[in-house]
Design a protein around this ligand. Structure first.
Ligand SMILES: [Zn+2]
Length: 384
């Protein structure tokens, strides 16, 4: 696998190598959080199956024509679909539909291979397939066309029909080590060494997230400022806390730009890297988000950041400062942590977890954030 681009994930890479060597299953399901490296691994498998290097052990070699086309996303026997349209769903599509979807993919797979070898189809964000799309895909999984390998990439497998899951060979991707993430940032020229070291920790095992932060310096700056405001609010009175958190929520939309692009944007067939890099909030299309959707996404982004800040406080308060995620805030975290009760921080972390669930359950984001603002632990000196 000389040309494989995946870093970390030794077990999954081993399984992929075995698939390339011994014939791939009809369907493979790659599961893991956004930005963990599913698309990169899917492309490694695809390139490995399409590669024309004589020595199977070398596939994907990374240098033959097939490999180069596959990695560039333009191999005629590599077909890809992903979420489309305002709802960012993977839809059924097909003739008459303005949006490309599962039926279009099935139509392409019904044709003979252009190069005469294997054919590979990748479904990005398969957890966003709607019911129709899943039903259509299931039929293909039940009677797979010969020589076709279907790769589903999903952040979570629960949204997929059990009948789809049971027909796939499943590979679960866990966190990537910080060294590997630093190497990826370096290889792509995305960040200098000190920034790479910092982003690798902030990304918590997700190289795609580290890349997204590196490509969005404004969002990274907003992240730093918001983290500091949250720490400052520890000492604030209730009215200031409520106002402060509302103000933070208004700015947190800048963060969701990054977290939603955790999958490398240039790997998606639907949005080019240049579009994604220049447009501050657009998803690469003329979609205007409903304010309610935007508020919920901003609240989710703020809760995610708040969790990072609170987790670092919890680590600092236990003397585990070397494990904190954001070294840029280490001094502030240490000072604040010394004045807080460990149990208060732990209780708040639980509350943040529940808050995330409430937001998904459509509870008003403002209500959830107000509750968190008041529950944010108070330093001992002022609590009395
Ligand atoms: Zn090759």
């Amino acid at each position: 696998m000389e040309g494989a681009r995946t870093r970390g994930h030794p077990a999954a890479l081993g399984a992929v190598a075995a698939m390339i060597r011994g014939g791939a299953p009809h369907a493979v399901l790659l599961v893991g959080p956004a930005g963990i490296g599913k698309t990169t691994l899917a492309l490694d498998l695809a390139a490995g199956l399409l590669c024309t290097a004589d020595d199977v052990e070398r596939r994907p070699c990374g240098v033959c024509r097939a490999c180069r086309l596959a990695f560039a996303g333009s191999h005629p026997d590599l077909h890809r679909i992903g979420p489309e349209g305002p709802g960012r769903q993977v839809v059924i599509g097909g003739p008459g539909s303005r949006v490309r979807g599962v039926r279009d993919l099935i139509g392409e797979l019904a044709l003979l291979p252009v190069e005469g070898g294997a054919r590979v189809a990748i479904v990005e964000a398969a957890h966003r397939m709607n019911e129709d799309a899943q039903a259509a895909l299931l039929k293909t999984l039940e009677e797979p066309p010969t020589g076709v390998t279907l790769i589903l990439c999903a952040d979570a497998e629960e949204p997929l029909l059990p009948t789809i899951r049971s027909r796939c060979a499943r590979l679960r991707l866990g966190p990537v080590g910080t060294r590997d993430i630093e190497a990826i940032l370096d290889e792509q020229g995305a960040a200098d060494a000190p920034l790479a070291a910092r982003l690798a920790r902030i990304a918590a095992g997700r190289p795609g997230l580290a890349l997204a932060w590196a490509r969005q310096p404004d969002a990274l700056r907003a992240r730093d400022e918001l983290s500091r405001s949250l720490l400052d609010l520890l000492a604030a009175r209730p009215a200031e806390r409520l106002a402060g958190v509302r103000a933070a929520a208004a700015r947190a939309g800048a963060l969701s730009v990054v977290t939603e692009k955790a999958a490398p944007p240039d790997d998606l067939p639907t949005s080019s890297a240049t579009d994604a890099d220049t447009g501050p909030a657009e998803d690469g299309g003329p979609v205007v988000r409903a304010p309610a959707v935007e508020r919920r996404r901003a609240a989710e982004a703020l809760i995610g950041l708040w969790s990072d800040v609170a987790r670092d406080l919890a680590l600092s308060s236990r003397g585990l400062a070397s494990s904190v995620r954001d070294l840029g805030l280490l001094d502030e975290s240490n000072v604040q942590a010394a004045r807080l009760d460990e149990s208060d921080i732990d209780a708040f972390l639980d509350r943040l977890g529940r808050a995330g669930v409430l937001i998904v359950g459509n509870v008003s984001p403002e209500l959830v954030l107000d509750d968190l603002a008041l529950a944010w632990p108070r330093p001992r000196a002022e609590a009395a």
